[in-house]
Write a protein that binds this ligand. Structure first.
Ligand code: PXP
Length: 244
């Protein structure tokens, strides 16, 4: 299982003052040097954190996996094709949301993805991952589209307000991971993961290929630095490698 670091919030900090620093690509290099397998960046329609020039720099400098997270708009697909990252993770995007609030509603997007989005991206080697809630129906539809991977939304698990809710969500995540794996898709996971809840997820949910972690990792790095923080996540991942 691989750790991908989402560096959006390095850009958030830079943009807060309109300064040229901190530089997302510099953070990406330190994370890779510390052992991260790759970098995730979400270019939003409103450019609230990652900017177009970051995408160019990241593609140029990142040595490992580049995961371009995006809404499936024509504008973003155009930038995606020019960028040519390892994979794109398609997410729903709401202008008012503070962060991605849930997975794609596969029933709603299915026809558009089948007729417009997949054919455009399939002209390239870029792998496609669909960010979905751990619902069997969404997994089945992702598979029917021929998606390479699903990224399971772990936000409900991470933000559960009781142990019962957390374990119920873990059960859904486990079943969704098994189903996606049975259907031949890679299984990624992300949202709200941190040093406390990651071991719980990894203990229960099998077949994880990549975990995508941003806010908690960047926040911890303010105190520990990226080197120590990335290594702490990798240590957890290595402890659970045999479950995966
Ligand atoms: N995966 C997806 C699809 C996301 O939208 C996000 C948030 O940008 C993450 C992973 C990372 O979530 P977090 O910042 O809570 O670790």
């Amino acid at each position: 299982m691989k750790l991908l670091v989402n560096i959006d919030h390095v850009a958030t900090l830079r943009n807060a003052r309109g300064e040229g620093y901190p530089i997302p690509v510099e953070a990406a290099k330190v994370c890779e040097d510390a052992g991260a397998a790759g970098i995730v960046f979400h270019l939003r329609a409103d450019r609230r954190h990652i900017l177009d020039r970051d995408v160019v720099d990241l593609k140029k400098e990142v040595r490992g996996i580049t995961d371009f997270e995006m809404a499936a708009t024509e504008e973003m697909i155009g930038i995606l094709l020019q960028t040519n990252p390892t994979l794109c993770t398609l997410v729903p995007e709401g202008r008012e949301e503070l962060t991605t609030e849930g997975g794609l509603n596969m029933r709603t997007v299915y026809n558009d993805f089948k007729e417009r989005v997949f054919p455009e991206i399939r002209t390239t080697e870029i792998q496609i991952s669909l960010f979905v809630d751990p619902n069997p129906e969404d997994i089945e539809l992702a598979s029917k589209l021929g998606s390479d991977a699903v990224e399971l939304h772990t936000g409900t698990f991470a933000n559960a307000s009781s142990k019962e809710e957390m374990f119920a969500e873990l059960k859904r995540l486990k079943y969704a991971a098994e189903l996606a794996n049975d259907q031949g898709m890679k299984v990624n996971a992300g949202h709200g993961l941190n040093l406390e809840n990651l071991p719980v997820l990894l203990e229960v949910v099998p077949y994880l290929n990549e975990v995508s972690i941003g806010h908690a990792l960047i926040s911890k790095s303010l105190f520990w630095g990226f080197q120590k923080t990335v290594k702490a996540y990798l240590e957890i991942i290595s402890l659970y490698q045999d479950v995966q």
